[in-house]
Design a binder for this molecule. Structure first.
Ligand code: ASP
Length: 493
């Protein structure tokens, strides 16, 4: 195993983890028990049927009164809930019975896998902030003054906007072709599952601008608030360049020393990726059965097709023509980051891996990588933008029984772009931002409940596309930068 290239090790971890999880789900994913002892006081008998798709808890009180509680991610029925956490609030007794006696072996082991895989994610989070700061400072100090930074910033933003719009167009095309919401296989709608609260588009955008000016930079480091950290670090570096002289030399020295150490630490952590990925994927496959996907199969298909086209056709073409690189080799170099993005569903969590893969395996310079990637992990989310567009149109198709008119689809496209900029690089962030788009086209936000059941797996796929697009952006910006070389006495790459 030790002689095998890292991406093969991670791939093996992923495949073995998937097999284990699916096996657990098949053979230990169901539990049916009748309990007469050890119940909460006042309860004489209880029974639980637990499967990955649905859980039923029935209990009888001393006075003979019987209660039935159902947890089903696809439920729209009154009095039923979509998640175990919601059950704890609705009926603490049922929740207690379920936790003590009813959880299937697959779910129990799955949650342990999540905790162990979580250790790997914690290690990545541990290095993220110091790595971003040292990398960004040493990268910008090598950019050669204000114009160098300005030019790279313009190029980076242009890349972000163009690829996100391409992703959204692909998504719209897919949802109009596949028409998942008009196929009648989706679960019935109801208004029970209110998710998230509504924030207006203006509010969201303004809060992004506010985040660019942290009132306490140290607080932003502690939070950690990535947009604030990036904004402050860029300013700090620009003013270091302006002060110049020995100050510049010292800051550059300190940043590059810190960066070297953080990179060494990250590289060491990355060697744990095969194990981390194994546990994370085993958790997802053990706890989520295939049943939940069946009802939403057309929708999952539309999102997956869109993501597949963007990741395997559009972005590789951009890499081939604008970065003049082999997309396949570039993807191979990026595979540790892509596979980790897939299993963790977090761009921010994957960031240290993305940075080291881009710089150490794909040969992109630190000045490009350290600028394009942290910014990209926060604001460039092609996969999320595409997913938002498909999901909202799917919901609209189910709600209205027909496609949204073209003018409304334009609004969806535009708000999806902004929502993807606003989404944090953490699991399920896209789901939260979707509220904005639903509101923009007057759809009830409760309808989002329908797609909750399959969000995790789609989150994994869209996060991979988000990270892949950031990496491709690095290759493109790097190639454009090298076409216009920066001549600076102190520049370093
Ligand atoms: N999980 C995604 C990411 O980290 C964001 C999203 O939910 O779409 O990139």
């Amino acid at each position: 195993m030790r002689h095998l290239a890292l991406h093969w090790q991670i791939l093996i971890g992923m495949v073995v983890g998937t097999l284990l999880g699916v096996g657990l789900n098949l053979f230990a994913g169901m539990r049916h028990v009748t309990i007469r002892e050890g119940l909460p006081s006042g309860i004489t008998m209880a029974s639980v049927i637990d499967t990955s798709a649905r859980t039923e808890i029935r209990y009888t009180r001393v006075d003979g009164q019987e209660t039935l509680r159902v947890v089903d991610p696809l439920t729209r029925a009154a009095g039923e809930v979509t998640a175990v956490d919601a059950l704890a609030k609705l009926d603490p007794i049922a929740h207690e019975i379920y936790q003590a006696h009813g959880v299937s072996l697959a779910k129990r082991l799955g949650l342990w896998c999540k905790r162990i895989g979580g250790l790997f994610l914690r290690l990545l989070q541990m290095v993220a902030v110091p790595l971003i700061v040292t990398s960004l400072v040493s990268g910008i100090l090598g950019l050669g003054g204000g114009e160098g930074v300005g030019r790279m910033f313009r190029r980076t933003l242009t890349y972000y906007v163009i690829t996100s719009m391409l992703a959204i167009c692909t998504g719209l095309l897919m949802v109009n072709l596949v028409r998942p919401g008009l196929r009648g296989a989706a679960p019935p709608l109801g208004a029970e599952n209110a998710t998230g609260h509504a924030a207006s588009l203006g509010d969201v955008l303004f809060s992004q601008i506010e985040a660019l000016i942290p009132n306490n930079p140290l607080g932003a480091l502690v939070a950690p608030d990535f947009l604030s950290i990036i904004a402050f670090t860029i300013l700090f570096s620009l003013f270091t360049l302006r002060v110049g002289g020995t100050v510049l030399e010292r800051v550059r020295e300190a940043a590059s020393v810190g960066f070297e150490v953080m990179m060494a630490m990250t590289t060491a952590i990355i060697h744990l990726a095969p194990i981390g990925v194994f546990f994370l994927i085993a958790y997802v496959t053990a706890t989520q059965g295939v049943t939940v996907f069946k009802a939403l199969a057309w929708y999952v298909l539309a999102v997956s097709l869109g993501l597949g086209i963007h990741a395997c056709i559009t972005l590789p073409l951009i890499v081939r023509f604008f970065a003049k690189r082999s997309p396949l080799e570039f993807a191979r170099a990026m595979s540790p980051a892509l596979l980790t993005a897939f299993s963790s569903a977090s761009s921010n969590g994957t960031l240290p891996l993305t940075m080291s893969s881009v710089e150490q395996r794909a040969g992109v310079s630190n000045r490009t990588g350290s600028f394009v990637l942290p910014l990209g992990a926060t604001i460039n989310m092609d996969g999320t933008a595409l997913y938002e567009a498909v999901a909202v149109l799917f919901i609209a198709q189910m709600h209205h029984g027909q496609n949204l008119p073209f003018s409304q689809q334009i609004i969806v496209a535009f708000t999806a772009l902004l929502a993807s900029v606003g989404a944090a690089g953490i699991p399920h962030a896209g789901l939260v931002m979707m509220v904005i788009i639903l509101q923009a086209v007057n759809l009830p936000v409760e309808l989002q409940g329908v797609i909750l059941a399959v969000d995790r797996v789609l989150d994994m796929a869209r996060t991979t596309v988000n990270v892949w697009s950031d990496a491709c952006g690095c290759a493109v910006v790097e190639s454009l930068e090298s076409a216009t070389p920066v001549v600076h006495p102190n520049s370093h790459a």
